[in-house]
Structures are given as structure tokens and as C-alpha cells.
Ligand binder design. Structure first.
Ligand code: PBG
Length: 325
């Protein structure tokens, strides 16, 4: 055949393929989400997320130090408290599980790793919702936002570099920014979970944080049917002062990620969530897919769609492979 183009030419050797690769991953753009549970003496495995644990203080510090060794960019901390109440008060206690974990990790790794923390009430409330409830049992947006602003200051005081508000309350960014600035934390950044969808793929995370939730989060997280609305959510968070924005989940929302990457003037993160992790681990455990190849491809796809950084439970393991490449 006389063909003007033979795209296969550039695929003939691994070296050529490497040369023409449009995207590549590096450890520094990976963020490791990690759970710490109060009152544990040994790390507790999470059944639906094989390989992921609820950490003790000691194992969390080790995981953070290992992430630094591997060149991972950041760690996102989630706390599981022993005692929960309707208002999630343990979230504001300077010695509460999450604030203490931030302090411990900061003492362990200093500025070598970007320390991020979850600003949300769902781990701290006895009803499992991301905010406090009003008399009718609805999530009270404005009162919740007031608490987020206080949580932000508590987490900044503990030593977080970046705060990750994940509750999807309206107007949650500006009051956090104002409270941080008033407390002298002008340099603590906000990574806004701007476009966060109500997803069935959060299932394993609910086990990871012993979630008390009955029902769902559809009155505050976005509807999977909506694409345009993600742009509005991002615009609002930017107007309110978000330093970075996130799309979540990642793999079922690559179109949203591509849209946001196109319009966002700030760095864009994507969260490869618990259900995405669990699906690949389960298929690999059954011998149905090649585990390492599937993990690499899944994270690379998220990067290709436009993410500048990816939160992934495989962050450290993947960083190790990337360093070997
Ligand atoms: C809420 C929060 C959730 C996740 C991160 N932050 C759960 C939810 O919205 O129900 C999910 C992360 C994952 O599934 O890996 N604080």
C-alpha cells in the first residue's frame, strides 16, 4: 500500500514510544490519601480496599516518611474519631484525631511533603452527614460553613499546608479564607473539592472511615447527570479564593476533568477514589487484569484528561515504579 502516513512507525520500539509520549507521570504530582483512627494499637485493614489501612500514629508517620523517600508530592489526611456527636465537635479539638495527626506528620516530614487535610464533618458526626442538621433533619448549609471556617483554622494551627474542603456546601470557601487570614494563615492554601459528585464509587471509603451515614448525599454533592454545572461550581470556588480545584471521582468523570482543565486558571487535582481502587484490586486479585499495567494506565488517563495532580491510594507504590522506569 502507498500510505502517506503510517502512525505505527512511531510505535516500533519502546524507545520511540517513550520519545513521542505526550504525557508521563512523575511521583511529585501524586498525593496519597491516608486514614488515621483514634485509639488503635495496630493498623486496621480496610476489607474493601486491600492494601489500605486505618493507621495508628506510628504507621501514619512511617507512611509519610516513605512517601517523602519515594518523591510523592503530598498526603491528604482523614481522621476517624472515637467519639462522634451531632455537631462533629471533635473536629475542632486541637487534640482531636485529625488535628493531632496533622501535627504529628508535620513534625515527622516538615515541608518535605505537602500536608493536606480534609475539611468536612462526615467523619465527626454521629449521623455521618458532611454538615450539621437543622430541626427538619436537612443539612444546614450556612451553619455548617461556619464550622468549616473554624476547622480550617484548627487544621492550619496544627500545621497543614493545604486544606481540602470536601463537603460541597455553598459558599464554603470564602469564610474559610477569611478565617485563615484573620488568624494569620495567609499562606495556607485551599484545594477546593469544586466538582464533587454523589457517587456510588465512594462505597469503600465509607468503610474506611466507619461512616454512620444512612441515606445519601444527593442534596449537596453533584448529580452524575450534570456536566455544565461543574463549570459553575469551579467558577464560584475561584471567585471565593480557591487556590486549586478538584474533580472527584476521576475515572467516571474524565469529561468533567477535561472541561475543568480547559477553563481553570489554577492547578487542577483529580481524586481516584476508593471504588476505583477497589475495582482494579478486585479484578487483579481474580487474575482478570494485569494489576500494575491497569494502575499505571488508570492514573495516566487521569493525567491525560488534564489533571495536574492525582490523589490515589496507589501514590507511593506507583511512585516507586516510576522511579524504576
Ligand atoms: C467526605 C469525603 C468522601 C471521600 C473523600 N472525602 C466521602 C463522601 O463524600 O462520601 C471519598 C473518597 C473515596 O471514596 O476514596 N469527607
Amino acid at each position: 500500500m502507498e500510505l502517506s502516513h503510517r502512525p505505527r512507525r512511531l510505535r516500533t520500539t519502546p524507545a520511540l514510544r517513550r520519545l513521542v509520549a505526550e504525557h508521563r507521570l512523575s511521583p511529585s504530582e501524586l498525593i496519597l490519601p491516608a486514614f488515621i483512627r483514634e485509639g488503635l494499637s495496630e493498623p486496621a485493614p480496610i476489607t474493601s480496599m486491600p492494601g489500605v489501612v486505618q493507621h495508628t500514629t506510628e504507621t501514619l508517620k512511617r507512611a509519610a516518611a516513605e512517601a517523602v523517600e519515594l518523591g510523592v508530592g503530598g498526603i491528604m489526611l482523614f481522621g476517624v474519631p472515637e467519639v462522634r456527636d451531632a455537631e462533629g465537635t471533635a473536629s475542632l479539638d486541637p487534640d482531636g484525631v485529625l488535628n493531632k495527626a496533622i501535627r504529628d506528620v508535620r513534625a515527622e516530614v516538615g515541608d518535605e511533603l505537602v500536608i493536606m487535610s480534609d475539611v468536612c464533618l462526615d467523619e465527626f458526626t454521629d449521623h455521618g452527614h458532611c454538615g450539621v442538621l437543622d430541626a427538619e433533619g436537612r443539612v444546614d448549609n450556612d451553619r455548617t460553613v461556619e464550622i468549616y471556617a473554624k476547622m480550617a483554622v484548627a487544621q492550619a494551627e496544627a500545621g497543614a499546608h493545604v486544606l481540602g474542603p470536601s463537603g460541597m456546601m455553598d459558599g464554603q470557601i470564602a469564610p474559610m479564607r477569611a478565617a485563615l487570614d484573620a488568624a494569620g494563615f495567609q499562606d495556607v492554601s485551599i484545594l477546593a473539592y469544586a466538582a464533587k459528585y454523589a457517587s456510588a464509587f465512594y462505597g469503600p471509603f465509607r468503610e474506611a472511615v466507619d461512616s454512620q451515614l444512612k441515606g445519601d448525599r444527593r442534596t449537596y454533592q453533584m448529580d452524575a447527570a450534570n456536566r455544565r454545572e461543574a463549570i459553575l461550581e469551579v467558577q464560584l470556588d475561584l471567585e471565593e479564593g480557591a487556590d486549586m480545584v478538584m474533580v472527584k471521582p476521576a475515572m467516571s468523570y474524565l469529561d468533567i476533568l477535561a472541561d475543568v482543565a480547559e477553563m481553570s486558571p489554577v492547578p487542577v487535582a483529580a481524586y481516584q477514589i476508593s471504588g476505583e481502587y477497589a475495582m482494579i484490586e478486585a479484578a487483579a486479585a481474580n487474575g482478570w487484569i494485569n494489576r500494575e499495567a491497569a494502575i499505571r494506565e488508570s492514573v495516566l488517563s487521569i493525567k491525560r484528561a488534564g489533571a495536574n495532580m492525582v490523589l490515589s491510594y496507589w501514590a507511593s507504590e506507583l511512585a516507586g515504579w516510576l522511579r524504576q522506569d
